[in-house]
Design a protein around this ligand. Structure first.
Ligand code: M6R
Length: 612
């Protein structure tokens, strides 16, 4: 996920672009860059935040009325200055910024290399700008036509802006799958990933649709055409937004925004990996290690916090689907307890930030004993991504709220793909069952959308329980890790004591805590160990505990017992964590807000724990 902004008009472009970049920085801050067109075409870019770019260009000639800028969240290629956008074409007359992922970039890259193009970066983006130059040179067409032809060869997602030295009064912008809005002012135009950079200049906006190209020229009407060369009439909308509202993309907190991003982040984590039509799963990052995993005596998953909870779901998934033994270890314990490890073991380290010190130390230990170490990380180029032998990125986008939300579901999505991939290679699942799970997995983003519509109802429940002192979260099977994650979310942001437990373990101790003041959150979905959980609910009810239950849509049995039911769509048992976690995130969020807690930066915590 990156942020892009562009401007053409009578103003100096630089301050408009810089202010815009600051507003878009939540989308990524691995590097930043700017391109200004003023006779010459000049690019300034550097690793780091937008403020680093400002320091970098200080003293440079930055005047010009047309320009574009980019703030990067690295996906392909580590976060450094070379991989920062804008990227130049070979003859340095065209510059391009991009938000998205070009999935077929390696094929395009080889073809362009064969035609004599030299690549300076490791990004997927650079193929686009060379391809456009190649088409312009060989087919003698305008830049917009070259963009159109190029985009017909591209598979993946993009929001791009292009400036060409030859066309000093023109911006070309296009999108598919990544957002893009065009602001129309008096004699000026703005382009951005969201409306935040243009809100103080205009309220006339056009949201570009997928596969549309905008040709933006000063003193001319905005022109839009599709990549199939059909002219489109720009649909101008009024922006109804105030500056305060949009600081976090319209959300009060990053955490809420990130909860709402989950349909997209789960989708992005599966994109190009789940092939429904072919009935297959691919994980390019670990393709060279699949045989090693299949032959492994066991898999050890190591992680901390929420990532450890995702690992627990991973254990259930991989054992269930691929019949390979899995153990899940807290990195902080594993690193100090002299575990038995050998070259036959495969260790999978899971981390959102890729910087967690305990997990890094666990990786070092595993490597020193000869184990193969793979990573599941969200941050490209992070220490854990570099320290592992290979890995799979979760494409959740930057997670800014300290409480992990969309990273968890992205990790579980990737672990599900891994379980399915191993099952397919090992032949442990009947083809029909495999395809059924694939179809269900593909529908998870839309089912999460449906759960997000329950927000108001969940807020009403939060109102009732916001002042409690303690709470229990109970689940069995796949819902046990969900209970742990629900409890962690509540305690870390609302400071209410919350414990997650396997539901059946309640009678071995925690049941002593139950009285009329104790809310117990049950994850009691119909698939899995359902009847037994109902018995546990009865036991709580008999002791006057308050019951909040996550149930399957249409459930009747739990409804008769629970004080509150939150209904989620039905799905395969192994996919329930991807759905059941979402209402628990919302419940914690609303309780924390009602208690006036600092939701995004809870006390004593940090987003990445780089110390022991
Ligand atoms: O970046 P990581 O996934 O390695 O971080 C692990 C934990 O520190 C993290 O999940 C932490 O527990 C979160 N605050 C939970 O919301």
């Amino acid at each position: 996920m990156c942020g892009i902004v562009a401007y053409i008009g009578p103003r100096e472009a630089y301050p408009v672009l810089m202010k815009g970049l600051h507003r878009l920085e939540y989308r990524g801050y691995d590097s930043a860059g700017i391109c200004l067109l003023n006779g010459d075409i000049r690019v300034f870019k550097c690793k780091g935040k937008v403020s680093d770019l400002e320091a970098f260009v200080a003293g440079e000639n930055i005047s010009g009325n047309i320009g574009m800028a980019h703030t990067r969240w690295a996906t392909h290629g580590e976060p450094n200055t070379i991989n920062a956008h804008p990227h130049f074409s070979q003859n340095k007359t065209i510059a391009l910024i991009h938000n998205g992922i070009i999935e077929n970039y390696s094929v395009l890259r080889s073809e362009l290399k064969n035609r004599g193009y030299t690549f300076t970066s490791e990004t997927d983006t650079e193929v686009l700008v060379h391809l456009i130059e190649d088409i312009m040179t060989n087919e003698q067409v305008s830049v917009e036509e070259a963009v159109r032809i190029a985009l017909n060869q591209v598979i993946g997602a993009y929001a791009i802006v292009i400036l060409a030295k030859e066309f000093p009064n023109k911006i070309i912008a296009a999108r598919k799958g990544s957002p893009m809005v065009i602001g129309i002012g008096k004699d000026e135009f703005f382009v951005a990933s969201d409306a935040t950079p243009l809100i103080e200049y205009t309220d006339n906006v056009v949201y570009l649709n997928d596969e549309e190209i905008a040709i933006i020229e000063r003193d001319k009407e905005l022109k839009i055409k599709t990549i199939r060369n059909q002219d489109q009439t720009p649909y101008i909308e009024k922006l109804v937004m105030s500056l305060n509202e949009i600081e976090k993309g319209g959300f009060d907190h990053f955490m809420l925004k990130e909860i709402y991003e989950q349909p997209r982040s789960i989708f992005d984590s599966m994109r190009g990996r789940l092939h429904l039509d072919q009935g297959t799963v691919t994980l390019g990052g670990i393709s060279d290690y699949v045989q090693k995993i299949l032959k492994a005596k066991r898999i050890i998953i190591t992680a901390c916090g929420t990532s450890w909870h995702a690992g627990l779901v991973g254990e259930y998934l991989i054992e269930d689907l691929a019949r390979i033994p899995v153990e899940v270890e807290y990195s902080s314990e594993f690193r100090y307890r002299n575990p038995v490890l050998s070259e036959d073991d495969v260790v999978i380290a899971i981390s959102q930030s890729g910087e967690t010190a305990d997990t890094l130390a666990a990786i070092d230990l595993a490597k020193s004993k000869g184990a193969t170490v793979l990573g599941i990380c969200n941050v490209v180029g992070s220490s854990i991504a570099r320290a592992t032998n290979a890995g799979v990125y979760t494409h959740a986008g930057p997670e800014i709220g300290v409480a992990s939300t969309k990273a968890f579901t992205a990790q579980v999505a990737v672990l599900t793909l891994l379980g399915l991939l191993l099952a397919q290679k090992k032949g442990t699942l009947p083809a029909s069952k495999f395809q059924k799970i694939l179809v269900e997995l593909d529908s998870i983003p839309s089912k999460v959308e449906r759960i997000l519509k329950l927000n108001e109802k969940i807020r009403d429940i939060a109102t009732i329980y916001k002042d409690v002192k303690n709470s229990l979260y109970l689940g069995r099977g796949y819902n046990f890790p969900v209970a742990l994650e629900g409890a962690l979310k509540l305690k870390e942001i609302s400071y209410i004591h919350a414990e997650g437990y396997p539901a059946a373990e309640m009678k071995h101790g925690p049941i002593a805590l139950i009285d009329e003041f104790m809310p117990v959150v049950f994850i009691a979905t119909r698939r899995g160990i359902y009847d037994k959980v109902i018995t546990n609910i009865e036991e709580v009810k008999a002791r006057k505990g308050k019951i909040i239950a996550i149930v399957t849509e249409g459930d009747e049995s739990v409804k008769k017992l629970a004080d509150h039911c939150i209904e989620i769509p039905d799905t395969e048992e192994m996919l329930i964590p991807l759905l059941a976690t979402v209402p628990l995130q919302l419940l914690s969020y609303h309780i924390a807000v009602m208690r006036n807690c600092n939701v995004d930066q809870p006390r004593n915590l940090a987003k990445s724990v780089t110390v022991e």
